[in-house]
Design a protein around this ligand. Structure first.
Ligand SMILES: Cc1ncc(COP(=O)(O)O)c(C=O)c1O
Length: 405
C-alpha cells in the first residue's frame, strides 16, 4: 500500500503558506516537524475546556486533565511497546532525558569508569557525559564510523571492556541518516553486562520502535520531531533500571513523604517528574501519537524513502555535490555540501525559492570533524512532503549552485 501525502497535507495549516512569494517547501523536519490540526486542537481544547493542574486536585477539571495527561502516557507506552506506563517518564525533551540519566546514573560512577558513545552523536548525547568526565573523571570512548557513515561495529565491540558502565548511542543519526543496528548493539553490550541508552530522536519518527524487542535499558526522544509540541519528551527505562536510579530534580510530585529530617521518594515515573509537568504539551504529544496510529507507518516510511530516492535521482551524476552519509538502509535525511559554497549560503539561497533546509554543524561537531567538513546543508523529509517538493528542492539547489560555479 502506498501513502499519499495529499491525504494529510490539508491537516497541517502551515503547509499552505508561502515563503518569499513561493509555496513553502519545508525540508527541515529533522530539526522540528510541523504540527497537524489534531495536535493543535487537542492542546487548545484542553486549555479551553478542562484545564487544571494534574495529580493534585479533587475537582472535576483537575480530574479531567489528569486523565488526559495519563492517557498521553499510555499513548507513548503503546507507541514504543513498553510493558507498563510506569516506565514512561515525561521530560522536557530528549536533551532533558539524557541529562536525567547522566545525572542520576552518573552518581554511581567513579574515576576511570568508561562510557561508550559514537562519533555520530548529537551534542545532547555527548555533553551530559562530558560533565561526568569533568566532574568525576569518567572516561569517554567514541566508536568510530566508516566512510559511508555507518558505525564500525568491530571497533565498537572492541571498546567494550571491564570498565564500561554504559553505552549511549543514537538509534538514527540526525545528520547522516544512518540507522544503527540497535538490537545488535544492545546484545553486544548486554553480553558484557553493560546497559544501553538509545537516543531515538530521529528513529522514533522514521522507524517502528519496540523497546521490548530491542531489549534496550533506556530510550529517549523529543515530542516536537514526532509532529507533537516542543517542551515535551520521553525517557523510557526498564523497570529495574528506573527503580535503581536516584531522583534527578527535587520538588512537588516526586516524593513519598517529606519531613524536616527525612524524605522518601515516589516510585517511577513520578520520582523523575518533579514539579508541575508540561501538561498541555504531553496531551499534544499524545494527540500526535494517536494521529500517527491512524496511518500506515510502513507505507509512510516507504514514502519518505521515495522522497530521498527522488532527490538522489534528480541530482545523480552532478559533479558539484557531495553527500555526507550513504550507509545502506539509511533514513530519509540528505546532508550535503556544494563545491565552492558555504552551507549557510546554500540554505539562504534555497530560502529565496521557498525551500527550508538546515545548515551548520547540526549540533554534531565531532561528526563534522570526522568527515573533514565545518558544516553541511541538510534536507530532511517528513510524511507531508511530496515528490513535487523533492523536485522543487533539486531544481532550486541546481540553480543555487550556479551562483558559485
Ligand atoms: C539525534 C538527536 N538527538 C538529540 C537531539 C536533541 O533533541 P532536543 O533538542 O529536542 O532535546 C536531536 C535534535 O536535533 C537529535 O536529532
Amino acid at each position: 500500500m502506498s501513502f499519499d501525502p495529499g491525504s494529510v497535507r490539508p491537516q497541517f495549516p502551515i503547509l499552505s503558506r508561502e515563503v518569499n512569494g513561493k509555496p513553502l517547501v519545508y525540508l527541515d523536519s529533522a530539526a522540528s516537524a510541523q504540527k497537524p490540526r489534531a495536535v493543535i486542537d487537542a492542546m487548545v481544547r484542553t486549555m479551553e475546556t478542562s484545564y487544571a493542574n494534574v495529580h493534585r486536585g479533587l475537582h472535576t477539571l483537575a480530574n479531567e486533565t489528569t486523565e488526559a495527561f495519563e492517557k498521553a502516557r499510555e499513548s507513548v507506552r503503546s507507541l514504543i511497546n513498553a510493558e507498563s506506563v510506569d516506565q514512561v517518564i515525561f521530560t522536557k525533551g530528549a536533551t532533558d532525558a539524557i541529562n536525567l540519566v547522566a545525572s542520576s546514573f552518573g552518581l554511581g560512577l567513579t574515576a576511570g569508569d568508561e562510557i561508550v558513545l559514537s562519533e555520530m552523536e548529537h551534542h545532547s548525547n555527548i555533553v551530559p557525559w562530558h560533565f561526568l568526565r569533568e566532574r568525576k573523571g569518567v572516561v569517554l570512548r567514541f566508536a568510530p564510523l566508516r566512510d559511508d557513515g555507518s558505525l564500525d561495529m568491530e571497533a565498537f565491540r572492541a571498546l567494550i571492556g571491564p570498565k564500561t558502565k554504559l553505552v549511549a548511542i543514537s538509534h538514527m543519526s540526525n545528520v547522516l541518516g544512518t540507522i544503527n543496528p540497535a538490537r545488535e548493539i544492545v546484545a553486544e553490550a548486554h553480553a558484557a553486562g553493560v546497559p544501553v541508552l538509545l537516543d531515538g530522536c530521529q528513529a522514533i519518527v522514521h522507524a517502528i520502535v519496540d523497546v521490548q524487542a530491542l531489549d534496550v535499558d533506556f530510550y529517549v526522544f523529543s515530542g516536537h520531531k514526532l509532529y507533537g509540541p516542543t517542551g515535551i519528551g520521553v525517557l523510557y527505562g526498564k523497570a529495574d533500571r528506573l527503580a535503581a536510579l536516584p531522583p534527578y530534580q527535587g520538588g512537588g510530585e516526586m516524593i513519598g513523604t517529606v519531613a524536616l529530617d527525612v524524605i522518601t521518594y515516589a516510585e517511577p515515573p513520578h520520582r523523575f517528574e518533579a514539579g508541575t509537568p508540561p501538561i498541555i504539551e504531553a496531551i499534544g504529544l499524545g494527540a500526535a501519537i494517536d494521529w500517527l496510529a491512524t496511518l500506515d507507518r510502513q507505507a509512510v516510511m516507504a514514502h519518505e524513502h521515495g522522497l530521498y530516492n527522488r532527490v538522489k535521482e534528480r541530482l545523480d551524476g552532478v559533479n558539484w555535490l557531495t553527500e555526507v552519509g550513504t550507509a545502506p538502509g539509511k533514513g530519509a535525511i540528505f546532508a550535503f555540501n556544494v563545491a565552492g559554497a558555504h552551507a549557510h549560503d546554500i540554505a539562504q539561497i534555497l530560502d529565496r525559492y521557498g525551500v527550508a533546509v538546515r545548515a551548520g554543524t547540526h549540533c554534531a561537531e565531532p561528526l563534522m570533524k570526522r568527515f573533514g567538513v565545518t558544516s553541511t546543508a541538510r534536507a530532511s523529509f517528513a510524511l507531508y512532503n511530496t515528490l513535487e517538493e523533492a523536485d522543487a528542492f533539486a531544481e532550486a539547489l541546481t540553480r543555487a549552485q550556479t551562483f558559485f560555479a
